[in-house]
Design a protein around this ligand. Sequence first.
Ligand code: NAD
Ligand code: IPM
Ligand code: MN
Length: 369
Amino acid sequence: MKLKITVLPGDGIGPEVTQEALRVLCSVAEVYGHEFSFEEHLIGGAAIEQTGSPFPPATLDSCLASDAVLLGAVGAPQFDGLAGDQRPEAGLLALRSSCGAFANLRPVVCYDATADSSPLKAEVVNGADVLIVRELLGGLYFGAPRGINDEGATREGFNTMRYDEQEVERVARVAFEAACARGRKVTSVDKANVLETSRLWREVVNRVAREYPQVTLEHMYVDACAMHLMLNPRRFDVILTENLFGDILSDEAAVLAGSLGMLASASVGGGTDVYEPVHGSAPDIAGQGLANPLGAIASAALLLRHTAGLEQEAQDVEDSIRAVLERGYRTADIQGQTGKYIVGTEEMGTLVSEALAELADMRHAYHAV
Ligand code: NAD
Ligand code: IPM
Ligand code: MN
C-alpha cells in the first residue's frame, strides 16, 4: 500500500507529538511492507512566522494532493492579539474547510489500565466507549455575518449559528453509519428548547433516523449531556452534535480517558481526510518533552483505518498503545495510582513502536508454526 501524507506539526507540543506519530507510522510501514511518503509543511503560528500566513498556499497544495493530512496542533500566546482571520487557529479552520472534512470523529476510550487516571470513580469510567461525531464546517465557527461593530455608542460583537438541512443530513448519516458498526445508539445533542438551528437539526436527524431502524435515536439538550457524560458515560454510544457543542463536549469527555492528551480525531467526508489529536498546542508544557503523544499516535491509527483501509494495522497500533499502558508506562498527565514508570514524549512513542514490532513478530511466529 502506498500513501502520501502531508504532515503539519504546527505549534507548541504539535511537533513533539507528531514526531512520535510518525515514528509509529514508520514502524507500521516497515513491519507490514507499506510505502508511506511524508511531506512536511507549515501551519499556524509557525507558518505566520515564516510566511506571514497561517495557512500558506504551498501547504494547501500539498494537502489537496495527499491521501491524508496529519496535524499536530496550532496556537501560541504571542499570536492571541492578532485579528481573527490572521490567527494560527484560522489556519486550522481553513485547512478543514479546504479539505471538505465536515465530520469530525472523536472516539473517547477509557482504557482499563488508566481508568484510575481519571478524577472520576473507576466504576463510572470503566468500559466507557463513546464516539463523538462533531459537525466541523458549520455553526458559529463559519456562519456569516460575523464581526465586531464599532459604529454605535458601545461596541458589539456578533456571530451567526446557521445550519442548512443538507449540512445536518450528511453529518447525521456519518453518525448513524458509525452507530451501525458499534452499539447501534445515537444521542443527538442540541439546544432545541431555545435555538431554531437546533429545531431544524432535530427534524433532519429524525428523518435520517428512519433510514436506520436498527439504530436507537435519542435527543438530549447539550447542558444535560454535559452532566450525563460525567454521571454515566456508559449510557452513550455515538453522540452526534454541532460544531461548538462538539468542541466543548469532547474536551469534557477527555476526563473519562484520564487526559486530553489521550484523545484522537479523524475529520472525514471531503476530498482529503485530516487526522489530529483533540488537544491543542499546550504552551504550558511545550518544549519540555513532557507531552502525551498517545492522542497523536491514536490519530495515526485512525488514518490507517479510515483513509487506508488497513484495519489490522490500525488495530495493532491501538493494541500496542494498550500494551504499553498495561506494562505501567505513563506520561506525566496520566499518572494515576497504577503508573509505575513515568516517561517523556519520545520514550512513549518509542515504546509503542517497539510494542508494535513485537506484535507483528508474534503474529509471524504464530503463522510459521
Ligand atoms: P490545550 O489543549 O493546548 O491544553 C489544555 C491543557 O491540557 C493544558 O494544561 C495542557 O498542558 C494539557 N494538555 C493538552 N495536550 C496535552 C498532551 N498531549 N499531553 C499532556 N498534557 C496536555 O488547550 P489550551 O491551553 O486551551 O489552548 C492552547 C492553544 O492551543 C490555544 O492557542 C488554542 O487555540 C490551541 N488549540 C489548538 C487545537 C488544535 O490545533 N487542534 C486544539 C485546541 C486548542
Ligand atoms: C479543536 C480546537 C479547534 C476548534 C480550535 C483550535 C480552532 O479547539 O480542534 O478542538 O475549536 O475546533
Ligand atoms: Mn477544542
